[in-house]
Design a protein around this ligand. Sequence first.
Ligand SMILES: O=C(O)CCC(=O)C(=O)O
Ligand SMILES: [Fe+2]
Length: 382
Amino acid sequence: MSPAMVVGSGEKGESDTPGNQYQKGVKQLVENGLHTIPKKYILPPSDRPATNSENSNVAKQNLQLPIIDFSELIGPRRPQVLQSLANACERYGFFQLVNHGISDDVISSMRDVSGRFFDLPFEERAKHMTTDMHAPVRYGTSFSQTKDSVFCWRDFLKLLCHPLPDFLPHWPASPLDFRKVVATYSEETKYLFLMLMEAIQESLGIKVEVKKQEEETEGNDNNILKDLEDGSQMMVVNFYPPCPEPDLTLGMPPHSDYGFLTLLLQDQVEGLQIQFQGQWLTVKPINNAFVVNVGDHLEIYSNGKYKSVLHRVIVNAMKKRTSVASLHSLPFNCTVRPSPKLIDEANPKRYADTNFDTFLAYVSTREPKRKEFLDSRKLSST
Ligand SMILES: O=C(O)CCC(=O)C(=O)O
Ligand SMILES: [Fe+2]
């Protein structure tokens, strides 16, 4: 079993070298007071967000992502909603999910406890720093802390969530209600993910016929929902403090997510941008909606029909921003492959089979960039 997200975490050793200071994260840096950002965070001009420059590739208008009303999936409008879901996953790789059934109370408690975790003294948060990528809890900073040559302006807490009873005792015990609140939130997002995957499978035209014998066959498509039930879930709480020079750095560099779907809760502070037709578009926050995106594994499973789209996070000088990403996939020891039901003579297999070990081996040898891992799985014959 392996978490298979980006590599890295806190460095060992307490010497007060500048490098060690950066390992403590950006929240700590900002609290020590600064008016300019250290060199360690300054991106080369071509990688900067370039929001103000003349030849900026940032769209002037905010993106109105497709909005999927989850409540309409149950009822007579299901076929139309499945069509909208298919369009969103093909064209944008992203959509906003409203009326999803997770109560405002569960969501606001999750936001609240995330904020209180990051308000804890550094020493308390630092208890969860580790270089062990298999750890059920990792506190850290940047994107890939051991490999990024330039650090990004984010601190994070990553939690493995499934199966919950195994992981719960490892989660932070402070704030006192942390485990309870996050457990409820993770169970509810897991259920929502499964409901969404059932709809997505149907939108791909994969008929879900429950035939006992077939269900037990390995690699069978009916089984993928069953496998996803036992699948991996990782929660990432991202914290982006105000940044005195936001044009020189990023909260997160362009990347795609590894799993089937990510369910993201962003607050009211803008920052998430997705790549669409060569431009960066800001995703306008909708209160209590989930921003849902296709991950690399769904791109592979759909044989390229649905797209895992590059996204990044910009920071700002005035406001801190918090987001909670819930990443879902198959169990870590399962193979991800294009669905046999989407492959025929006209649609040959476009991706090699893959698994978490391949992914980890890949990212541990280099600085994770853009969609390089997914590109490495593409079969050259197509
Ligand atoms: O903070 C955000 O809006 C995006 C976070 C993200 O892309 C991730 O955690 O993978
Ligand atoms: Fe992401």
